[in-house]
Design a protein around this ligand. Structure first.
Ligand SMILES: Cc1cc2nc3c(=O)[nH]c(=O)nc-3n(C[C@H](O)[C@H](O)[C@H](O)COP(=O)(O)OP(=O)(O)OC[C@H]3O[C@@H](n4cnc5c(N)ncnc54)[C@H](O)[C@@H]3O)c2cc1C
Ligand code: FES
Length: 277
């Protein structure tokens, strides 16, 4: 059993849990995730390791309540326990000193881009953060991102905070000024995590500039051990499994249309289960 030590509502429908999981905390690396099962009858859902503290023996998960399991999870409180948490899973993000790295997070992807941004900063990079959401109330971890980013840009779709527009608009503007500048180093990497259309748009844009781009994919997962095939994606014309080959992949090679279609596969069943709640 894994005890919830702390619970915080970060935004409407976005919850943070700090959970006692010392073995996972000891091994966690940026970009990895866990699979959890709430109780004996629960399904398995993947969540990114948003943070961890090996000395306290805790991990932090931040999740958006979108369906049956995440809503049930969000109803738990500090002091409650989760029956199974498996991890850390997936390959850590390949972090190295690349000079300058752009870390982009959209929606709850802000929680997921935070540990990756921190790792790139610790490796000696200049880190430019670009985080965005639908509105001001959904911007999370701003202070934490500010602490580690050399520059942080915020966007909201409705203009209620930061720049009105999309994270891609900021990226385009920044790249425009880099091209004109004589002293700024071209970015070594763009890393993007968030809704599929956002990751696709970023990758389509950086492909033209030949800037290496990693995206963290979020296919539906079941076993998360490479056995069931639920998380199958196409990258560069090859079949890969998000759980064991990812979750990070070369954004220029990902078949995002297929990912979108596969994420919709169980919409009807997901809706039915939610309505029975
Ligand atoms: C490696 C990985 C890491 C993830 N990390 C996080 C995280 O840190 N925080 C977080 O909030 N979510 C994260 N997700 C997504 C999370 O696993 C899903 O939101 C969750 O499984 C939905 O379960 P549910 O029963 O609540 O909703 P469901 O009833 O299964 O689905 C409800 C809605 O959410 C959509 N959905 C279902 N699964 C996914 C998915 N994998 N990605 C995007 N949309 C989905 C469905 O299409 C549907 O519209 C991650 C996914 C992966 C693969
Ligand atoms: S979730 Fe089953 S193979 Fe990846």
């Amino acid at each position: 059993m894994f005890k919830i030590i702390e619970k915080e509502e970060l935004a409407k429908e976005v919850t943070k849990f700090v959970i006692h999981a010392p073995d996972i905390a000891k091994k966690a690396k940026a970009g990895q995730f866990v699979v959890l099962v709430i109780d004996d009858k629960g399904e398995r859902i993947p969540l990114t390791l948003a943070d961890w503290d090996s000395s306290a023996g805790t991990i932090t998960l931040i999740f958006q309540k979108v369906g049956f399991t995440t809503k049930k999870l969000g109803a738990l409180n500090a002091g409650d326990s989760i029956v199974h948490i498996l991890g850390p899973l997936g390959h850590p993000t390949p972090v190295e000193d690349l000079g300058e790295v752009y870390c982009i997070g959209g929606g709850v992807g802000i929680a997921e881009v935070y540990p990756v941004s921190r790792a790139f900063k610790a490796a000696g990079n200049r880190v430019i953060g670009i985080i965005g959401s639908r509105n001001k109330d959904l911007i999370i971890l701003e202070d934490k991102m500010r602490e580690i980013c050399d520059e942080l840009f915020i966007t909201t779709d409705d203009g209620s905070y930061g720049t009105k527009g999309l994270v891609l608009d900021v990226l385009k503007e920044l790249f425009g000024s880099i091209e004109k500048s004589t002293h700024t180093k071209y970015p070594g990497l763009v890393y993007a995590i968030g809704p599929v259309p956002m990751m696709k748009a970023v990758a389509d844009f950086t492909r033209e500039s030949h800037i290496k781009t990693l995206v963290s994919l979020n296919p539906i997962m079941v076993d998360a051990t490479g056995m069931c095939g639920a998380c199958r994606c196409s990258v560069g014309g090859k079949t890969v499994f998000g759980c064991v080959d990812g979750p990070d992949f070369d954004g220029h090679l990902v078949d995002f249309e297929e990912l979108k279609t596969r994420l919709r596969l169980f919409r009807e069943q997901e809706g039915r289960v939610l309505n029975q709640q």
